[in-house]
Design a protein around this ligand. Structure first.
Ligand SMILES: [Zn+2]
Length: 300
């Protein structure tokens, strides 16, 4: 018999669910602590909050048995990285999340303090609670649950676990990219689980296998060497802003599909998606506005 995962040595879904449910008091307590750090990267005056948040992450993962270390990166942020080695023949999964958050400006317009986890209508609110401090805590809770299940099902602790918790995801830091180029071995894994997005719907677990991205590009359009009066020169003298608008309009076709050479729009999603009403509601699409693209199953 080979030493590999088998049906008999894994907990049932019910046992896994029960083990996770038992972690919810921990989840709330840990998320309360993590949300309280004002960990907005590269913000003068918040250096201590960022350092304290990183230290909290280090300690928390060590407590669940992952020997993580803080790595100060080229943008001054700290990435927390560590590996619990797999047993022979078992794969390694990398758990990614980040502990930095977007700034909480106009605090007076918040219903409650952004830095205090607050429950309203059965949901928990706080800056970064959903992006992505909740995900950091989810990983901790899963590892705690697995540690408990391991007494009965030793195989669950044989999977290698690599943890990566970044400190400058939100504000365009390049620290992690540089570290990846410099020390790729720190990131080696068989599977990457990037916990940094939401579910389809409340209470419906989901795994995303692809996500649309963005690419920042700076475009400068110049047509005249000086500003001119639109009444005297407008029309025949090309306007830079109008030219730019024409240029941007060529990036998509009339149906909203990407029309850039080298980027194809041929991929088709075969899996389950939200129904049209849910998608429109979640996206906040106004009545009378049609969806773009082909949006299979979403356009009636
Ligand atoms: Zn995020």
């Amino acid at each position: 018999m080979t030493d590999s995962p088998t049906e008999q040595t894994s907990p049932t879904p019910e046992a896994a669910r029960a083990a996770m449910a038992a972690q919810m008091p921990f989840v709330r307590e840990a998320l309360t602590e993590l949300v309280a750090f004002r960990s907005v990267h590269s913000t003068p005056g918040l250096e201590k909050d960022n350092a304290d948040a990183a230290a909290w992450v280090v300690n928390s993962f060590r407590e669940v048995g992952i020997p993580v270390e803080p790595h100060v990166t080229s943008d001054g942020s700290t990435s927390v990285i560590g590996l619990r080695e797999p047993a022979e023949g078992f794969p390694t999964i990398l758990l990614y999340s980040h502990f930095d958050v977007q700034p909480a400006s106009d605090v007076e317009n918040w219903t409650a303090s952004p830095w205090e986890l607050t429950e309203r209508d059965g949901r928990w609110y706080g800056r970064g609670a959903a992006d992505c401090k909740g995900h950091v805590v989810m990983h901790l809770a899963v590892l705690r649950a697995l540690n408990e299940l391991a007494t009965e099902f030793p195989d669950v602790s044989k999977v290698g676990v690599r943890v990566l918790v970044e400190g400058s995801e939100e504000r365009g830091g390049y620290g992690l990219e540089d570290l990846l180029a410099e020390k790729p071995d720190l990131f080696a894994a068989d599977v990457f689980l990037i916990a940094d997005s939401g579910n389809d719907a409340l209470g419906v677990p989901a795994v995303g296998t692809a996500l649309r991205g963005t690419a920042p590009v700076t475009v400068t359009v110049e047509t005249l060497d000086q500003p001119m009066h639109s009444g005297q020169y407008g029309g025949a003298a090309p306007d830079a802003l109008l030219s730019l608008i024409h240029l941007l309009a060529t990036l998509h076709d009339d149906n909203g599909l990407v029309a850039v050479d080298g980027l194809d729009s041929d991929a088709r999603w075969e899996g389950r998606g939200p129904d049209a009403a849910t998608f429109r509601h979640d996206a906040g699409i106004l009545d009378g506005v049609d969806l773009l693209g082909e949006a299979q199953g979403l356009n009636p």
